[in-house]
Design a protein around this ligand. Structure first.
Ligand SMILES: NC(=O)c1ccc[n+]([C@@H]2O[C@H](COP(=O)([O-])OP(=O)(O)OC[C@H]3O[C@@H](n4cnc5c(N)ncnc54)[C@H](OP(=O)(O)O)[C@@H]3O)[C@@H](O)[C@H]2O)c1
Length: 303
């Protein structure tokens, strides 16, 4: 039995579908089963309700599980209630899951993390992600970690946020920094395929952190150009100093349910979000989807 946390999420839902197609017994941990309906296959997945910030809800989820695929993280600190912040959810939540898993005799954990994860200022998204990785590495269970660059696909918060910004700004579109930071966008379905391979092949992936991206590097400015072309909108790209953008993001996170840019996302602009162009082929044996090819066929799709 494989347990997928964050089963109704952007990537988690694709992982659950893929496991189902491969005929693998799957349990999906969700916080809100009503909300999760329609995001999970109707058959082939056992849905369990739980919250990683509430350890007592995890016991039933991990019972009889051999491998956990952990994707239950927050990428924006929204006003949802007490304790919903990067540290409590991403760091402590992972530690709670690890503890419950160890007690239940779970053998392995595969984590969906992010490219370039490193220690950072306490309380930041990056630091939470780092602490989550540490908890898993020190768990005593077999582990593997996937670190993708930004992900595109139907319902991508990053790409939909940028598309909304382009649609709503009449003349200009503010950039994060000078627009020169490079990314290596990867299709969410390709990320799901990599994670499922990691889960299925412990002998190949245990004890490894693998960073992946799509088949091209694009600067942030180039990504905006591609989105404008896809949306048939012309806007002037205006550089936005990082501290101002971060402040704006914090304000938007406080008041908007789906802010176009989050502080977590601005953190991605402090380093090159790239790895080897052939990483997916090299480590997982298939060719990933190109962002431009995807946009030409599908455009921007909300969830
Ligand atoms: N999206 C990207 O571009 C991208 C790129 C690189 C790395 N990643 C990494 O991929 C991972 C997942 O991202 P995603 O884009 O799939 O996010 P997502 O769509 O927000 O999915 C995360 C899921 O986790 C669940 N969750 C959050 N807090 C939880 C808790 N305390 N207990 C149980 N479940 C909880 C959420 O449940 P609800 O449905 O109840 O909110 C949601 O379904 C993250 O680690 C992120 O850093 C994402």
């Amino acid at each position: 039995m494989i347990l997928v946390t964050g089963a109704a999420g952007f990537c988690g839902s694709r992982i659950v579908s893929l496991l189902g197609k491969e005929g693998i017994a799957t349990r999906g941990l969700v916080r809100n089963p009503e909300k999760a309906k329609g995001r999970l296959p109707e058959q082939g997945v056992e849905v369990v309700t739980g919250d990683t910030t509430q350890p007592e809800t995890l016991e039933a989820a991990v019972e009889g599980v051999e491998t956990i695929i952990h994707t239950a993280f927050i990428t924006a600190e929204r006003k949802q209630g007490p304790g919903v912040n990067y540290y409590d959810t991403n760091a402590l939540g992972t530690a709670n899951l690890v503890e419950a898993a160890r007690k239940a005799g779970v053998r392995r954990i595969v984590v969906l993390s992010g490219l370039g994860t490193k220690s950072d200022k306490p309380g930041t998204y990056m630091h939470g992600r780092y602490l989550a990785q540490q908890a898993v590495k020190q768990s005593g269970m077999a582990w593997s970690i996937l670190g993708p660059s930004i992900q595109f696909g139907k319902g991508s918060a990053f790409f939909n946020g940028l598309a909304d910004l382009i649609r709503t700004m009449p003349v200009i579109v503010p950039m994060v920094g000078d627009g020169k930071t490079r990314f290596q966008p990867i299709w969410v379905d390709d990320v799901a395929a990599c994670i499922v391979k990691m889960a299925n092949k412990p002998e190949a992936y245990d004890g490894r952190t693998i960073e992946v991206g799509g088949p091209e590097y694009f600067t942030y400015a180039q990504i905006l150009d591609m989105l404008m072309e896809t949306l048939h909108k012309k806007r002037i790209k205006v550089p936005g100093p990082l501290p101002f953008v971060r402040l704006g993001a914090a304000m938007m996170e406080a008041v908007m349910p789906k802010p176009p840019i989050t502080r977590a996302a601005t953190g991605l602009f402090t380093f090159e979000n790239t790895t080897d162009l052939d990483a997916v082929a090299k480590y997982f044996g298939f060719q990933p989807m190109s962002l431009w090819a995807y946009l030409q066929e599908h455009g921007i799709e909300k969830a």
